[in-house]
Ligand binder design. Sequence first.
Ligand code: PLP
Length: 232
Amino acid sequence: MPDLIHHLDAVRQRIALAARGAGRDPRSVELLAVSKTFPAEDVRAAHAAGQRAFGENYVQEAVTKIEALADLRADLEWHFIGPLQSNKSKPVAENFDWVHSVDRLKIAERLSAQRPDGLPPLNVCLQVNASGEASKSGVAPGEALELARAVAALPRLRLRGLMSIPEPAGDIETQRAPHRLLHALFEELRAEGLELDTLSMGMSGDLEAAVIEGATIVRIGTAIFGARDYPN
Ligand SMILES: *Cc1c(COP(=O)(O)O)cnc(C)c1O
């Protein structure tokens, strides 16, 4: 746990350094701590160190964790960032504050229909497959506008922006290219009248590149919690 606090601090410093280097206010970049595969106690420790937003990929694991941390619920923000199947949309609509991985209308319609009335609208990002990405998920850039318009019209969702998971790359210039593309698409959609404020991009290995290219949320797992025991 002392490691975790130290790592959290180091990540905050990386974000601040990259933001200042890019002439951005560090507070314009939100840190999403990706706690998938790590126990609820780690989330509790990160929360005690001031972290509020947590990302999860696996529905059942996440719901169990959210329930174990019910005493902190009002002070936590839970983001679903993994691939989402239709038959798992209900617990996501009922338990999360955000979903970053919406990539087709059918899923968005289910999330909207299943979002409980007593909760605020579910914040969503469209996952975009900008350039031959590792994951097969994601809407093609050329189809993003049409999907964005349809999702923005759903009553119980609030479309916030775009997310992507680029192929890992070693050098910062290569890392920046897909982030730059996503930002350009984000500006195109805004020019079409969509009120977007969120660019979810950047992970442990490329957070600097993402911040330079305008990320407003970086999703960091390994650099905070350590290496995961099982892949992904
Ligand atoms: C696991 C995961 C992350 C965190 O990746 P790290 O490299 O561990 O920082 C971020 N985004 C998504 C969508 C993930 O699945």
